[in-house]
Design a protein around this ligand. Structure first.
Ligand SMILES: *[C@@H]1O[C@H](CO)[C@@H](O)[C@H](O)[C@H]1NC(C)=O
Length: 428
């Protein structure tokens, strides 16, 4: 189970979210054959577009799809996800080797956020020829089936392997769902043999681990594969030709090599430990985040559970942050693996407000820098101007324990305290 039945929603739900949710349930219905008599204008339009698209010859399909809006592509993707019900669920689960099931409730905001990612992942997996069948179940409409399949909250993702379920442990973007599903169904690593394959791979992956091995055998290679299977979110690639591998990681000098590549200024990090699964996984945990991570609903659980427990949060308006990002990355570079830097859009009520309330600064619109030590759950506030040099000094102080924790004079409202604890502490 991913989330409890009453998910610890970051804060008051915005009306906007409900509007989104509403438009989303229309999409869900559009893919449900039992609702085909529903002849709303929207639905007819979507179906008409789908037919148009289907009639195009194969080779034009890709080109033309760029003309279609996201919603239209999404509606097509939704149809690749099989809708389970009381009649078909047992058969589908029993008769397929791999079924990745999304249990959702139409009213649940997190379900609505996950659904398009899930549908997009279904499309990619199909294109990749993956044996995973992607299915979804409206757990509110079919509570008996949901209970049989052990779906207790929304959304729940489960992987059934020959009828036996295991919990989903991957990330929640379409790309991450694809990576996880392939890791758990026989493709833990993508092998790169040629320059073309390397170029192709680079186009599709923003972040990956590259392993260069003289031969795909031996204990180092085995540890690499074990790490690839055990890791839940990063795509692993392997090569045995150094020239090909250099396209993915230019600085490779010799085999056996392992490095992580990210799409940001601090792009390459080489692993310098011994090839053992635990050590490789630990290296990845400390090095997988960018210099500055933008917090979103989708990555919040990952961020809170990072092994880097000293976390500096920068709250700023998106425009103000644009000029701050580069200097902040330079500061972050000095504290790699010691301090994690997180950016939150200060006007994003759901994400920013619970934190700002802890400092009595919920009305603030100016750039603010705070820090949390998730080990001791202490909180800190940068009291001077948030200039890069002040931020750097603040971080050094935090590391040396010379910054005093922040105590707010006003009491923290109970509901905020509870939400804060659930989201920041109990998930670590
Ligand atoms: C699932 O069952 C089939 C048939 O018994 C078997 O060949 C296959 O290896 C099983 N798959 C997994 C992943 O265990």
């Amino acid at each position: 189970m991913l989330f409890s039945k009453n998910p610890p929603s970051r804060f008051l739900l915005l009306t906007l979210t409900f509007v989104l949710l509403l438009s989303f349930s229309i999409n869900i219905n559009a893919s449900d054959p039992t609702n085909s008599e529903d002849d709303s204008d929207d639905l007819e339009q979507l179906l008409a577009l789908d037919e148009q698209e289907d009639q195009l010859p194969e080779d034009q399909d890709q080109e033309s799809s760029s003309r279609f809006s996201e919603a239209e592509v999404l509606s097509k993707a939704q149809r690749i996800v099989l809708e389970l019900n009381s009649d078909n669920s047992k058969r589908v689960i029993d008769e397929n080797e791999f079924v990745l099931l999304l249990g959702y409730a139409p009213w649940c905001v997190r379900s609505a956020e996950l659904m398009p990612q899930f549908a997009e992942a279904a499309t990619s997996l199909k294109e990749l020829g993956s044996p995973v069948l992607m299915a979804k179940l409206d757990a509110e409409r079919y509570p008996k089936v949901a209970s049989l399949l052990d779906i207790k909250g929304f959304p729940t993702l489960l992987l059934f392997v020959n009828g036996t379920s295991q919990a989903y442990t991957g990330g929640f973007s379409a790309e991450e769902i694809v990576i996880w599903a392939r890791k758990k169904t026989g493709v833990p690593v993508i092998r790169i043999n040629t320059v073309t394959e390397a170029e192709d791979f680079l186009e599709k992956h923003h972040m990956f681990v590259i392993g260069l091995f003289e031969k795909f055998e031996g204990s180092d290679y085995k540890a690499f594969i074990k790490a690839a299977m055990s890791d839940n979110e990063i795509q692993f690639a392997e090569a045995s030709n150094i020239e090909v591998a250099k396209l993915l990681y230019p600085d490779i000098k010799a085999t056996n090599f392992l490095g992580i590549v990210k799409s940001e200024p601090e792009r390459y990090t080489a692993y310098d430990g011994t090839f053992e699964m635990e050590n490789i996984l630990q290296f990845l945990d400390y090095n997988k985040f960018p210099l500055v991570t933008k917090l979103t609903e989708l990555n919040s659980v990952r961020v809170y559970s990072s092994p880097v427990k000293l976390q500096v949060y920068v709250f700023a308006k998106a425009d103000d942050f644009k000029t701050l990002l580069e200097p902040l990355q330079d500061v972050a570079r000095k504290f790699i693996t010691k301090v994690m830097f997180i950016y939150i859009d200060i006007v994003d009520e759901n994400l920013a407000k619970p934190f700002l309330t802890l400092f009595g600064l919920e009305e603030s619109k100016n750039t603010l820098v705070t820090a949390f030590d998730n080990k001791g759950s202490s909180k800190y506030l940068l009291q001077s101007d948030p200039t890069p040099s002040n931020i750097e000094e603040f971080c050094s102080g935090l590391l040396h324990g010379s910054i005093s924790t922040y105590f707010k004079s006003q009491p923290i409202p109970d509901n905020v305290r509870v939400k804060f604890c659930v989201s920041l502490i109990s998930l670590t």
